[in-house]
Each structure stands twice: as structure tokens, then as C-alpha cells.
Design a protein around this ligand. Structure first.
Ligand SMILES: Nc1nc2c(ncn2[C@@H]2O[C@H](COP(=O)(O)OP(=O)(O)OP(=O)(O)O)[C@@H](O)[C@H]2O)c(=O)[nH]1
Length: 364
């Protein structure tokens, strides 16, 4: 007998955030705030060295970074912020590589690009950007055309070391990024499993008592706001002890799962079905008045009576008694549960396999 399939949320994507991780927009803001004075500093040095075009371009990059910061502060548009930042930084790094600023030493800033790009974009984009950057630098250093056009001041040994070190760094960043993403997915999966275990009953897969109480509180708050009624059913398998005594605990367990599955099948999508205790269940019926709840309870009761567990080719049937109470006339969740319990007690007292509605004048 299979229990109800766990309703785990869809697999976490790497863009989801784990507590403690720096959010991408925050990192971009900090990087931009750090980059603006750096760009201004190198612009001022370019002015000193008489490189006015370079100074103008560096100031333009600083202004664009600031505009991106301000746009994000005003509109909080994460995708725009990220794309604009990637576009700007890529352009800055390309410019720094081809312009040989600071007597050619500025190209060393290229080493900052791989870790940033892997952190703020997905892995595929990170790989693409790094391949593009690596190919670009290789062509820049080793194509005769680039040498003719740009007349770069780098020695051969610097070029070889730079390309090998950059390739090494990119591969290392990729490996570390993959490891980070995998452990993040593992953590998210673990968190989902813990959350599921905290809210569900292990044997049946139904909501557990704690989750049912939480849902009842939510429904009660909604009732106070909207005045739309809801109801609860407390269902209890009849003479269950004799099933255990006659056929053993494992058959009793199978019966508990069978009844849980039946409740799940018969309840509506918006209802909450929970294992309330040993062989007792609670069904929370939102948007349902007393008459509607009695109808659903009878449907469930009939469905349970039709099901059976097979033990050595013998069908073991069971029935259930159900107490019904509506929030109308109950001033709290506790009272509602008390009313449902009293109605269940009456259903048992009247001979079992029946549905009883709580009556305001008390149980008969
Ligand atoms: N197999 C199994 N038995 C359980 C589980 N939880 C509770 N029980 C048993 O369920 C039985 C409940 O028996 P009672 O409370 O006397 O009620 P009953 O025999 O169903 O009789 P009525 O409720 O009066 O119809 C006890 O024997 C418990 O040991 C469980 O998870 N698995």
C-alpha cells in the first residue's frame, strides 16, 4: 500500500538563495561602488600622463556604473542591473586589455573578471564569457594583426604567462563555481526534505497534526476577515484495536494508509487532510457550511467502507465514524475541535459507521 506521494516543491535552481549567501544585486552594488572611485583614480592618472581620451573613457564608465546603481535603487530591476553591469564590466575589461593603460600593467585587472562573472551569472554564461575573454586575449597577444594595429608593449614571456595564468584561473573558477552551485542545490534539497518531514506524517504522507493546526489557524484568520464559513471532520476507524489484535500491527498500518488514501482521494484540492492521531484523521474543509460538510463526510464514510486490505486472500474491511463541526457557532479553533470531537463521540455511541454533526444543545 503506497502512501500519498510527497508534494515536494520543484527542484531548486541555482538562482535560489541560501541563507548567508551574498545576493547578486547586493554584490553588484558593492562592486559598482568600489569600481567608480577606482575608475576615477585611473582617469586622473591618465590625465597626468597626457592620455585624455583614456581619461574621458574611464570617467564615462564610472558615470555609467553610477547610473546603473541609481536605476537599481529606483526600480529594483535585478535583471536589468545584472545585464547592464555585465555589459559595462566586459567593455571596461576589453578596453583595459587593448589600450595598455598604466604602461600595460592594467591588463592584470583581467584576473578579476572570471570570479565575478561566475558569481553573478549562470554557469553557462560564465563559461561563454570566459571562453570569449580567453580567445580575445590569446588573439590579442599572439596574432600579428593585433600587434600591428595596437603595438602592445608586452614581452613574449609576459604574454605566455598571462594567457596560461588566465586559463588556469578560469578553469579554477569554473570548478569552484560548480562545487558552490552543487552544494547549494544539495542544501536546498535538504531544506525541502526537512520542511516536508516537519509537516507530514511518515506512515501516510498526510499532513501531520502540527501542520493541520497551522492550516486551521490560517483558515480561522480568513474566516474572521471574510466571514466565509469552514468546517472540520474528525474521522476515526471503528474497532481498530480488533484489527490489530486479529491480523497484527502491519495489517493495521496498511489499513491506516488505505483510509488516508481514501480521504485524500475523496477530499477536494483545497481541503487539508491530516493524520490527527493513531487511527484518527482530520479533514479541514474551507468555504464549506455545515450541510456541505455532512455531505462530504458521508461520501468519505461510504468510500472507506468499500475499500479493503487483502490478507491471505481475505479482504479486511473497515468502517469509520465521523464527527462534523462548522466554525459557525464556535468562537475559536479549540472550540471547533472540541465540537468535532463531541460529534465523533456521539457517532461512536450511536453505533459507529456514521456521520454526526455537532449540535449546539450538546451531544445526545
Ligand atoms: N497498527 C497501528 N495501530 C495503531 C496505530 N496508532 C494507534 N494504533 C492502535 O489503534 C487502537 C485504537 O484503539 P481504541 O482507541 O481502543 O479504539 P478502537 O478499537 O478503534 O475502537 P472505537 O474507536 O471505539 O471504534 C489501539 O490499539 C492502538 O494501539 C498505528 O500507527 N498503527
Amino acid at each position: 500500500m503506497s502512501k500519498i506521494a510527497p508534494e515536494l516543491p520543484a527542484n531548486g535552481r541555482s538562482q535560489l538563495q541560501v541563507s548567508g549567501e551574498i545576493p547578486v544585486p547586493v554584490l553588484i552594488n558593492w562592486l559598482s561602488i568600489s569600481a567608480v572611485p577606482l575608475l576615477a583614480f585611473f582617469a586622473s592618472r591618465s590625465v597626468e600622463q597626457g592620455e585624455h581620451l583614456a581619461a574621458g573613457l574611464l570617467i564615462a564608465f564610472a558615470i555609467l556604473m553610477t547610473i546603473n546603481l541609481l536605476i537599481y535603487a529606483a526600480f529594483r530591476h535585478k535583471t536589468f542591473q545584472r545585464r547592464a553591469f555585465i555589459g559595462l564590466t566586459t567593455t571596461v575589461f576589453i578596453y583595459v586589455s587593448v589600450s595598455a593603460l598604466e604602461n600595460g600593467s592594467a591588463i592584470i585587472w583581467l584576473f578579476a573578471y572570471p570570479p565575478i562573472i561566475f558569481y553573478i551569472s549562470d554557469a553557462r554564461f560564465g563559461v561563454g564569457a570566459c571562453l570569449f575573454g580567453f580567445t580575445g586575449v590569446t588573439l590579442l597577444f599572439f596574432s600579428p594583426l593585433a600587434d600591428q594595429l595596437l603595438n602592445l608593449p608586452y614581452s613574449t614571456s609576459f604574454r605566455i604567462t598571462m594567457v596560461v595564468a588566465l586559463g588556469f584561473e578560469m578553469i579554477t573558477c569554473y570548478i569552484l563555481d560548480q562545487s558552490r552551485r552543487r552544494s547549494k542545490l544539495g542544501l536546498l534539497a535538504l531544506a525541502r526534505e526537512f520542511e516536508y518531514a516537519a509537516k507530514h506524517d511518515t506512515l501516510t504522507g498526510l499532513a501531520n497534526r502540527r501542520e493541520a493546526l497551522a492550516q486551521l489557524e490560517v483558515e480561522y484568520e480568513r474566516y474572521l476577515r471574510t466571514n466565509r464559513p469552514f468546517a472540520v471532520l474528525l474521522a476515526d476507524i471503528d474497532l481498530f484495536k480488533s484489527v490489530n489484535d486479529t491480523h497484527g500491527h502491519h495489517v493495521g498500518d496498511e489499513l491506516i494508509v488505505l483510509v488516508a488514501n481514501t480521504l485524500h482521494e475523496e477530499a477536494r484540492k483545497l481541503d487539508t487532510t491530516a493524520r490527527w492521531g493513531g487511527e484518527e484523521y482530520l479533514v479541514l474543509l474551507p468555504e464549506t457550511n455545515a450541510d456541505g460538510a455532512v455531505q462530504i463526510a458521508n461520501r468519505i464514510r461510504e468510500a472507506i467502507a468499500e475499500k479493503a486490505v487483502m490478507v491471505a486472500q481475505t479482504a479486511v474491511h473497515c468502517t469509520a465514524s465521523i464527527g462534523v463541526a462548522s466554525i459557525e457557532g464556535a468562537e475559536s479553533v479549540d472550540k471547533l475541535l472540541q465540537h468535532a470531537d463531541e460529534a465523533l463521540y456521539r457517532a461512536k455511541a450511536l453505533g459507529r459507521n456514521r456521520v454526526c454533526m455537532y449540535q449546539i444543545d450538546g451531544p445526545a
